[in-house]
Design a protein around this ligand. Structure first.
Ligand SMILES: Nc1ncnc2c1ncn2[C@@H]1O[C@H](COP(=O)(O)OP(=O)(O)OP(=O)(O)O)[C@@H](O)[C@H]1O
Length: 252
């Protein structure tokens, strides 16, 4: 059984079909890449999975439970955590305190619907320690986000997601704005996160990074998923190369 199944998902903004009948599945433990030209619908698809965009048609199911139609907080408690293109950290909290917020999902672990008990303090600390270590943030745990370079702020956001122990982490352009060295470091960290058992869906433009970290790739254009498979096989497809060369939809 797939971890997440999206069937015929459609999201429209007025006359714009931002997501236009996407049917894809995410498999547990994989790092999935989501690529496509600007405006092809990648962020809208991630928004639809995480409850930030309303589906006009189709469905999203997590572990066989339909989550489309739920609010973002309800989807979070069911185990989907995400980051945004712009970093969203709380400036008055330390790195560790920002990551601690991720453990709030534990409140819902009783019945998966927000009625669970609080985790014991030791268990919360273990989760935070694990996330801090996985993201290599030990030296910065007492710092405030504004004291850190951009690449480390990104890592704090991802650590916060990891601390929620989600079933699936959605990362919207986590490498954007990073130096090559920061990109290489973060890609190694994402591989470690996947080795730790997490399932990831990563929006990224840099095919070098995609080839390095992803086992499965989805390619979008004009709101549709036009190809999927291993990064190597999809990159070689003519329809994918045409999308990146900017040929218009429906033209020869
Ligand atoms: N809130 C919105 N209101 C109106 N149109 C929107 C909205 N969000 C997205 N769109 C439109 O939906 C289409 C898909 O946008 P989306 O941001 O999902 O693409 P993307 O592939 O993530 O692009 P990028 O790589 O530039 O981030 C675009 O035509 C965009 O202008």
């Amino acid at each position: 059984m797939s971890l997440l199944s999206i069937v015929d998902a459609q999201v429209r903004f007025g006359g714009v079909r931002a997501v236009d009948g996407v049917t894809i599945s995410l498999e547990r433990g994989n790092v999935h890449g989501l690529v496509g030209p600007n405006g092809s619908g990648k962020t809208t698809l991630v928004n639809a999975i995480s409850g930030f965009a309303r589906l006009h048609d189709g469905s999203v199911t997590l572990n066989d439970e339909q989550i489309s139609g739920m609010r973002p907080d309800q989807i979070f408690t069911r185990g989907i955590s995400r980051t945004f293109q712009s970093i969203r950290l709380l400036s008055t909290l330390t790195v560790r305190e920002n990551i601690l917020i991720g453990t709030d999902r534990a409140r819902a672990e009783g019945d998966g619907r927000g009625a669970g008990k609080l985790l014991p303090r030791d268990a919360v600390n273990d989760r935070v320690d694990h996330a801090v270590a996985l993201l290599g943030l030990e030296k910065f745990a007492g710092d405030f986000p504004s004291q850190l370079p951009y690449g480390l702020q990104r890592r704090v956001e991802i650590a916060r997601s990891v601390a929620s122990r989600p079933e699936l982490i959605l990362l919207d352009e986590p490498f954007a704005g990073m130096s090559r060295a920061e990109r290489d470091e973060l890609s190694d960290v994402l591989i470690e996160i996947a080795d730790d058992g997490f399932t990831l869906l990563v929006i990224e433009h840099d095919m070098r990074i995609i080839h390095k970290i992803c086992s499965h790739l989805f390619v979008m254009n004009f709101g549709r998923c036009i190809a999927e498979g291993s990064p190597r096989e999809t990159a070689e497809l003519e329809i994918v190369q045409e999308a990146y060369l900017g040929k218009q939809h429906g033209t020869a």
